[in-house]
Design a protein around this ligand. Structure first.
Ligand SMILES: Cc1cc2nc3c(=O)[nH]c(=O)nc-3n(C[C@H](O)[C@H](O)[C@H](O)COP(=O)(O)O)c2cc1C
Length: 391
């Protein structure tokens, strides 16, 4: 069987695969973009340029890993890294340098507050050779969010102004902090976006309870981690059926499985950031290889064959099977008698006899929590011969 085709069409570009590096310090200079290319990225987005000048000076320290020793899934990357350190002239110069030294497409990312500056910045990055422009009105510590702007209005306004200044593809980045991000994305499409990005990071806060101070630099920060993917997947599946433009998924992808989930939910490209911040640029190659292996294993020739297929598989609230179909069963040979199942069962289904736990199938609600929490993995959920109807 020929090797699968990972290529995707995005903003008029044919990319060899969907893994794009999202904007952050890891894409701040032409040298960083070169590292993205060397590590196998199909495109990269330069760290955002901000009109708001104070944002261009980095605060220190600006990274904290919450629950650092725990598994990756429990960690939170908490950070305050606002804008590129460059002014507009230097930012455009860096794009020019990147285009001279890299062959992958390079997107600019702009965050402006005034119409004049949107115009000036779009023209500057187009002249410098950028392949597209991300419109960043969604930075968790950017001016739009901190001022409490109506983000959808800001995106639609930015699209209108930017379109009058440039013919480059325009890609607004949507904040997750909206009640209906799917409708925001649809409005962006209506306003002329060439693609949309779901999402930037959440704005949040952590507090040191001993000093009773906000941690790090003393203000709000952005936060993310592998957990964020579930939020993105949920809104991807709602957004994909509404749009005819491509969606770039961003948030919580740390491995190939994460990227595959995003594509199954409707993403055309998958932007990665935090995994590179904490594991290095090599993560890109691992994810791309995992994508190819997945398609081969599932005997698929291209990503188009799997894109968005989960959208049609979602069950509506009315159609969820709410019968009691399964019950828990303890394997006495692997049970370590720790008592976790007894503690968490709120249905009174667990009893103990000779230090071994037993679950009464009649009392068992089939919720599955004991099986998920059993440290010895001694509990399995068994299909009932006849599902129990609930009263
Ligand atoms: C340290 C850091 C800096 C970031 N800077 C930017 C930025 O300048 N512009 C932007 O649009 N997004 C920025 N982001 C958001 C990322 O591009 C990305 O959308 C987000 O982190 C979610 O993806 P991830 O879970 O792969 O990190 C930043 C994220 C981090 C962690």
């Amino acid at each position: 069987m020929p090797s699968p085709d990972l290529s995707v069409e995005y903003c008029g570009l044919r990319l060899p695969h969907p893994i794009v590096v999202a904007p952050a310090g890891i894409t701040e200079t032409a040298d960083h973009l070169r590292r993205c290319e060397d590590a196998g990225a199909s495109a990269a987005v330069m760290k955002s340029y901000f009109e708001f000048e104070p944002a261009r000076r980095h605060a220190t320290p600006r990274f904290r890993v919450i629950r650092p020793g725990g598994p990756m899934s429990a960690r939170v990357l908490y950070s305050f890294e606002q804008a590129s350190v460059f002014d507009l002239q230097h930012y455009a110069e860096e794009i020019r340098r990147a285009k001279e030294t890299c062959s992958i497409p390079v997107f600019a990312s702009l965050s402006c507050n005034t119409e004049e500056h949107w115009l000036e910045a779009c023209r500057a990055v187009e002249q410098a050779g950028a392949d597209g422009i991300e419109l960043n009105c969604s930075c968790p510590h950017g001016t739009h969010i901190t001022r409490g702007d109506d983000i959808v209005d800001a995106i639609v306004g930015a699209l209108g102004v930017a379109r009058s200044a440039t013919t480059l593809p325009l890609v607004p980045k949507i904040t997750p902090q909206l009640a209906r991000p799917d409708l925001a994305a649809a409005e962006a499409q209506e306003a002329g976006a060439d693609a949309v990005i779901l999402f930037n990071r959440f704005t949040g806060l952590d507090i040191d309870i001993e000093t009773q101070q906000p941690v790090m630099h003393g203000g709000y920060a952005g936060y993310g981690g592998t957990w964020a993917i579930h939020y993105v997947l949920r809104w991807l599946t709602a957004t994909y059926p509404l749009l005819s433009i491509p969606i770039a998924a961003s948030g919580g992808v740390f491995d190939a499985a994460g990227a595959i989930k995003m594509i199954l939910a409707g993403a055309t490209v998958v932007q990665v950031c935090s995994v590179i911040v904490v594991e290095g640029y090599e993560a890109i190659g691992r994810i791309v290889q995992g994508l190819a292996e997945y398609l081969e294993r599932h005997e698929r020739q291209s990503l188009a064959e799997i894109r968005g297929i989960v959208c049609n598989r979602l069950v509506t609230l009315e159609n969820i099977d709410r019968r009691n179909r399964v019950h828990a069963l303890v394997d006495p040979s692997t049970c370590k008698s720790c008592g976790t199942c007894l503690r968490v069962c709120i249905y009174g289904a667990v009893s103990i006899n000779d230090k071994k736990y037993r679950i009464d199938p009649e009392q068992c609600d089939g919720c599955g929590l004991c099986a998920e929490l059993c440290p010895a993995r001694a509990i399995t959920m068994i299909e009932r011969p006849v599902p129990l109807e609930r009263g």
